[in-house]
Design a protein around this ligand. Sequence first.
Ligand SMILES: Nc1ncnc2c1ncn2[C@@H]1O[C@H](COP(=O)(O)OP(=O)(O)OP(=O)(O)O)[C@@H](O)[C@H]1O
Length: 298
Amino acid sequence: METLTISGLSKTYTNGVQALSNVSLTIPVGMFGLLGPNGAGKSTFMRTIATLQEPDKGTIILGETDVLKNKHQVRKKLGYLPQEFGVYPRVSADVLLNHLAVLKGITNKKERTEIVKALLYKTNLYEKRKKNLGSYSGGMKQRFGIAQALLLNPTLLIVDEPTAGLDPAERNRFHNLLNELSAATIVILSTHIVEDVKELCTSMAIICNGKVLLTGNPLQAIEDIKGKIFSKVIKKSQHETYNEQYTIIADRLFQGNTVIHIFSDGDPGNGFKPVEADLSDVYFSQIFGQFTSVKKQY
Ligand SMILES: Nc1ncnc2c1ncn2[C@@H]1O[C@H](COP(=O)(O)OP(=O)(O)OP(=O)(O)O)[C@@H](O)[C@H]1O
């Protein structure tokens, strides 16, 4: 099975923003989660792999193929669902998928009819195939987006924040579909939902300011910070004082008070209690480690 190998990928936009800085990752078949805050460089990374924009430096190898030197060849094995996937509202799923199939070079009518039918079944849209896309729910539109991304039976599928705005049932349905596909496909999933990566992905990367901060198996990453996350309930008014003293990696309101999480190699005392670490603790300890130029005293 093919592996995607990215080495030294860098991109600076003309406005001076460095969106990718020497990114190197090895991505095997299965679900790969890409986590990072707004502006981290996730979309730039995904568009570059999808051959839609050029990096300044670096290589992308899919199996044996140099992606940047063989874009046309790679596009035949690639499916991409961008963050904003627009559909023509007055056209049915059946008609638009057929049309997109022609654009992707599936010109034999019999073959095309079969592929389109199979994909509408796979994405659970067959019953509604004659309905205009304008009448589809957000989740149905996203499943249609996946159907078009699968037209060429890709070995590499790239999906950029696909579940934003979906209700829990649709999100589940969408995840099941991705999970099924990932048995034989490299699926790169960019998301803000840390839990999704823990539940779905066998490998992941956290990126921030265009740099890879951490890569590996999500459960292993949690294991690595086991025993190092401590929690305390404080008053809202105390937040600033604690923030000066500790690196707060997460806070949330609980019945009017604030629960803070901090990262510490040893017991910090001062009423902090050890808590079971989660992937969000991994994520925020990486992100905040990045943002604070000088590590605060734990
Ligand atoms: N075409 C462009 N021209 C100039 N700057 C850009 C362009 N596209 C993105 N950027 C900048 O590059 C950085 C990375 O953007 P990118 O969209 O790749 O991040 P992201 O992680 O996908 O963010 P989000 O989660 O908000 O979608 C940001 O600072 C963004 O403003």
